[in-house]
Ligand binder design. Structure first.
Ligand SMILES: [Cu+2]
Length: 163
């Protein structure tokens, strides 16, 4: 059986694209350090406020240029509702919900998390530029969902400027 030349070309093209996309994914994950929000453990929703690290929500420095931010989401607010982190630092966000499903989105960034009761969600992120971002819940969570928000203030970092 003879394979038409065009058919063969398309087969090669398909294979080539697969390799190219796998390469792009690998590059993003390994070289650029992009990672998806991941499930970082389970937690008893009723005991969130007494379970570390959620017993002390907020920002804490964990290294020379790394920070941990712990958020609790509940109807209809975030604790804390305002955080300050330096630009250029590696920020590990850990968050969970005490009641229903909430979302945690930081406007203008790729931070977009689902917060499920019983689950800890984690994401590493670096804010490149100083500035202010809205923090919003993007998962309808009841009557006052539209009130559920806050602010993320990125301060000029030691390493970066305000580019
Ligand atoms: Cu909501």
């Amino acid at each position: 059986m003879k394979i038409h030349a065009y058919e063969k070309a398309f087969l090669y093209l398909g294979a080539l694209l697969l390799v190219a996309f796998m390469g792009a994914l690998t590059y993003a994950a390994v070289a650029m350090g992009m990672n998806l929000p991941s499930r970082a453990g389970s937690i008893e929703p009723a005991a969130v406020r007494t379970t570390p690290p959620f017993d002390e929500p907020g920002v804490r420095q964990t290294g020379p240029n790394s920070y941990e931010v712990v958020f609790i989401a509940q109807m209809w607010s975030f604790t804390p509702s305002e955080i300050r982190v330096p630009a250029g630092a590696e920020v590990t966000i850990k968050a969970t919900s005490t009641d229903v499903v909430h979302g945690l989105s930081i406007e203008g960034t790729r931070v977009n998390l689902m917060l499920l009761p019983g689950q800890i969600t984690e994401l590493k992120y670096t804010f490149r530029r100083a500035g202010e971002h809205l923090l919003i819940c993007h998962e309808y969570c009841g009557r006052a969902h539209h009130m559920m928000g806050g602010r993320v203030i990125v301060e000029p970092g030691a390493t970066g400027g305000t580019d």
